[in-house]
Design a protein around this ligand. Structure first.
Ligand SMILES: Cc1ncc(COP(=O)(O)O)c(C=O)c1O
Length: 456
């Protein structure tokens, strides 16, 4: 018999203390951080759900790998381990290391796109959108309509609207679409997966038009596991077989190894195109480093060589997806509006529905994130009007769960705090901007409560 209780599939060998603060201190800290949780000192956060990026715990094999790191400038053996591991899963001809995902994006869009181009994606992540726009191209989000309705349940809300893609290519002309991207899972759309069927259809449209298909592969293993759980025909396949099948429909990918790479830093760019790869490596040398290290230490490459293999273990993925659902289901059961169903790496609270008295222009997501910090020292992040400006279709608060870091009692605490804030939600006020940067403004924005205080 298989027990019903799904447990953390690891033992804890090394621990890191977390620190308590009083509400009074948190009020002062929040004011000093201009109500922007990015500006808080991390040591004043009790449970840090700001991001699942680079915040995971490495395994004993990864730590052992660090000691094996070959720090040679060129031709180091750690690069061979890294490349072989990535090629085994992703299957692409060229593997180019970068210091993180956005560096891979910058290089790809610099080389493949020019002013006036259009890049379709299911939903661009903030750095992806910013990198497309930085070269003067237009980033277009084409997620299916169901993906824009937070409370609607659908097994693959990250799917791309294939008809909309065909229409867009037809309207702007194939020559202006240098590549199509699929983000798996769809982070900005709620961590929702993309089905194999959708990948196949998008790939077919790309092939018909001679346009390369790239994956934003940050959470490829979580996406593969959702396909196994939800898509007919995949239940008996391993996550690795599913991931390999997903990537076989594309021509390359960008990847932040800080997510499903289970590493604390790193990323890579893959392509099957020899000419493009050469231009990408030339640019890499200029800005990141030699192509056998790409801005990373040899030891980082060793950790990344191990991570993508471990992340595909089925007991890990079962625990991972079950623990995210546990948080989402427990708050939703009490009426908290969340993006349904819970995503692969995070639970997203629908801040517009949680705080209907705060208009999007007064940043309901930022106000809710600030209140969760005040109430219980929890740090989350707004994905909405502050992050995307007027282009934001939703105002969400993302509670991203670092991999292999928190236990179920930490999550029970988070549930308790969210439900407390939910009870007092009508007392929360909106915010206004007092400072903003010209791009990616959410990282450094300064805000203040419209009514002088955050809670009435
Ligand atoms: C979908 C997606 N793409 C790209 C990135 C950028 O990766 P990085 O933070 O390593 O630059 C992220 C990071 O959160 C992401 O979630």
């Amino acid at each position: 018999m298989r027990a019903k209780t799904i447990i953390e599939p690891f033992r804890i060998k090394s621990v890191e203390p977390i620190s308590w603060t009083t509400r009074e201190l948190r009020e002062q800290l929040l004011r000093a951080a201009y109500y922007n949780l990015f500006l808080l000192p991390a040591e004043d956060v009790l449970i840090d759900l700001l991001t699942d990026s680079g915040t995971g715990a490495m395994s004993t094999h990864q730590w052992a790998g660090l000691m094996e790191g070959d720090e040679s400038y060129a031709g180091g053996r750690s690069f061979d381990h890294f490349r072989d591991s990535i090629q085994h899963i992703f299957g692409y001809k060229h593997v180019i290391p970068t210091h993180q995902g956005r560096a891979a994006e910058r290089i790809l869009f610099n080389v493949a796109c020019k002013k006036g181009d259009v890049v379709p994606n299911n939903t661009h992540f903030d750095t992806t959108r910013a990198n497309v726009e930085f070269v003067g191209a237009e980033a277009v989000d084409l997620v299916i309509p169901e993906g824009r309705q937070p409370s609607l349940k659908h097994p693959f809300k990250g799917n791309m609207d294939v008809e909309a893609l065909e229409t867009l290519i037809c309207n702007v002309g194939r020559a202006r679409v240098p590549l199509v991207m699929l983000t798996v899972t769809n982070n900005s759309g709620g961590g929702q997966p993309v089905s194999m069927e959708n990948i196949r259809q998008v790939s077919a449209v790309c092939r018909q038009n001679g346009i390369p298909l790239y994956f934003d592969a940050c959470r490829f293993a979580e996406n593969a596991y959702f396909i196994k759980l939800r898509e007919p025909g995949y239940a008996s396949k391993t996550p690795q077989q599913i991931a390999q099948a997903m990537f076989s429909y594309g021509d390359g990918c960008t990847m932040s190894a800080k997510k499903d790479g289970l590493a604390n830093i790193g990323g890579f760019l893959c392509t099957n195109d020899d000419t493009l790869a050469q231009r990408e490596k030339d640019l890499l040398i200029l800005t990141e480093g030699y192509p056998t290290y790409g801005g990373l230490a040899g030891r980082d490459l060793e950790a990344i060589a191990v991570g993508p293999q471990e992340v595909l273990h089925e007991d890990y993925l079962q625990y991972r997806i079950a623990s995210i659902a546990y948080l989402g289901d427990h708050i939703a059961a009490q009426g908290v509006p969340i993006v349904q169903p819970p995503g692969g790496h995070a639970v997203y609270i629908d801040a517009r529905a949680f705080l209907p008295h705060i208009p999007p222009a007064q940043f309901p997501g930022v106000a809710l994130a600030a209140e969760l910090y005040l109430e219980g020292g929890i740090r989350s992040v707004e994905i909405g009007t502050l992050m995307f400006g007027a282009a934001a279709k939703m105002d969400l608060v993302r509670l991203a769960i670092p991999r292999r870091v928190y236990t179920q009692s930490h999550i029970d605490y988070v549930v308790e705090i969210i439900l407390e804030v939910w009870k007092n939600r009508d007392k929360i006020c909106g915010l206004k901007l007092s400072h903003e940067a010209p791009f990616l403004r959410h990282f450094t924005a300064r805000l203040e409560p419209v009514e002088g205080v955050l809670a009435r």
